[in-house]
Design a protein around this ligand. Structure first.
Ligand SMILES: [Zn+2]
Ligand SMILES: [Zn+2]
Length: 113
């Protein structure tokens, strides 16, 4: 027997969101979630935390992806986008890998070697 479920249709799921546009509650959830993810030792817990957080922020996060905040340098508008890591460009700042959100990477990609 085949059971078919109608999947809910999401018409307005974004792939990134500006931190500034979040409600205080969502900003609080975002920070607490990232702290929880930083303390989690099990990689699946970390992925779950990111997935739940994305849902709370109304973001479409690919499975097994992570949310990151854009840390673009030389950004004209001090970008604070939260986006899936897999869609971000990354650049090396010293020894640290920093993500640059898709919009920034398109517009003014940072290359540091
Ligand atoms: Zn930028
Ligand atoms: Zn950005």
């Amino acid at each position: 027997m085949t059971i078919s479920l109608d999947r809910p249709v999401h018409t307005s799921t974004a792939t990134s969101v500006s931190y500034r546009t979040l409600t205080p509650r969502q900003q609080d959830v975002f920070h607490r979630a990232l702290e929880a993810a930083a303390e989690a030792t099990n990689v699946w817990h970390i992925k779950d935390i990111h997935e739940f957080t994305a849902a709370a922020l109304g973001l479409d996060l690919p499975h097994n992806d992570e949310l990151v905040e854009c840390s673009c340098e030389g950004c004209p508008d001090a970008c604070d986008a939260i986006a899936p890591l897999s869609l971000c460009a990354e650049y090396l700042d010293g020894d640290t890998q920093r993500p640059q959100c898709p919009a920034c990477a398109d517009d003014h990609r940072v290359y540091i070697d």
